[in-house]
Write a new protein. Sequence first.
Lengths: 366, 226
Amino acid sequence: MIFLLHEVWGGFGMALRRWPTALVFAGMIAVASTVLSFALVDVLAQVAVLKGAKELRERHAVVFTPYYPYGMESSVDDHTVKYLKDLIDRQKAYTAVVHNMGLDDPNFAGGHPTLVLFGDIIPELFPELKICDPAPCAVRGAKLTGQDIDSVIIAGERIPIVNTLSPGATFFDPGVAGLPLDNRIVIRAPTKLLSLLQPIEREEALVRAVLLSPSPEDVDAYVSGCAKGGLFLIPQDVAVDQAQKFRQIMMASAMYIVGMLGFLILVFAAFMSSARLTFLEERRALKIRQMYGATPLHMMLRIGGFLAAVLLVPQGMLLFLMWMFFQVVDAPAPEAALWVGLALLFAYVFLWIFSVREVLSREESG
Amino acid sequence: MGVKPILEARNVTKVYGHGRTQAVAVRAVSLRILAGECVALMGPSGSGKSTLLKVLGLILRPTEGSVLIRGEEVAWDEFSRARLRNKFLGYIDQEFAIIENESVERNVVIPLQYANPRPSRQEIWARTRRVLKEVGLDWALKKNASQLSGGERQRVAIARALVNEPMVILADEPTAALDGKTVQEIMALFLAIKARGAAVLIATHDDRVAKQCDRILRVIDGHLVE
């Protein structure tokens, strides 16, 4: 066992003696791996969320983008809020408040970010969320476990926190795509509270409304009702726009990833030729070792140690740190770093086999 | 009953390449090396003496024929060869004399690193010191091998070949490019090894070297002529 470690360490020594070259290649591979990890986080998150929007696409959901004309102040029309409440009560719509809830109360929900949802259709649309039922009720994000907050008060109504979401839970918000919930308190509020919200909260509820299979008349009525109060909304059909958006994201992501992979392959090619040169330069040392009893297993371990020192160890540490970072910052797909690590491992095994074959066949022809 | 040879070649042929590019380097060579004898292998460049030495040193596999160590035929798989090279043979090659960017000590300990059983750290240290003292390089233990002169480098290679106490030393042009005084110093080392009972087989162009050996074998166009 010790002789095996000795050979691996000998390979490390080979890399250390050529530390400037080893450092340059380790750096290049590290940069490529980092960028690829970030790209992959983005792509995995987008894809996961857009997959989650399948139910909305099938129901031809209509969402809205606000338009604020210069110099005009927006306000909320009470009739439209009532109209939305009726749609939600008939399970023809749902809405959410993400950013503007309790802005005047820093202690709202214990100071934690919230997601306030209105609509009994929500558990049916997003069953994977495993949200509490029936409303009113609230759940805490996985990372808020152990917090002493047990209820939230909205418009004077106390809503109990009954459960904890599973880690990594993400809500599909047509406005921002994936909304991570690990650090949020998710509140299912009764629709009667809609009209009791602050104006800015109500405005966000109107903007984030999602109408399910609405008739053109329903959409017209909603848009014109909001416009009367000075809130101009542009409707979008999720089935049409999300599919297109999905294709665009997939195309952009594919190009991004293909580009990064191309860069990574170039780096690997450069690394391979450099490793080959190193082995040629080390030929004398390897040959002497063979002359004095080193077996192919010894050679394999020595070469494996060299490649690991340049390719695997620095990148492995970097990717581990990146994975930790993704966990800490709540990246939607922290496993991306692990995927890149796995790809690196495959590349390492390929290079190892290739290099061992090259060195041993070269030595045999002597 | 004759003396049992320590190293023997039986009808060894070595062919490089295939088809049109085929070249026969050694042709049906048979020879016997006894313990405690020094044999010089002479011949013009390209005659096949280095190839023969590599086959006898178990570095190259013969195309035909067999090699025997202490009367036992060598199995040519990589692991058996490596074990036999480590245990019985010390090979000195002009081209692969030293590892440039390593210390003298690290150059010399290599055979001990692959010995089975592996000696203890103290024993490795003691044996390395001892062989370096024998070749007159104990002062250079920690010195980088690339800082040594041609003769000193060759002595490092000899120390490495000796450290495992092999039965046969095979040396390919060990005195090439060395001045007359250094050649004598190197030969004195080989004769000392021989005096201890090990066999020494030297491929050389140098008559001064060959004359000090017990026998001279000539290789011409792959054939052995005694």
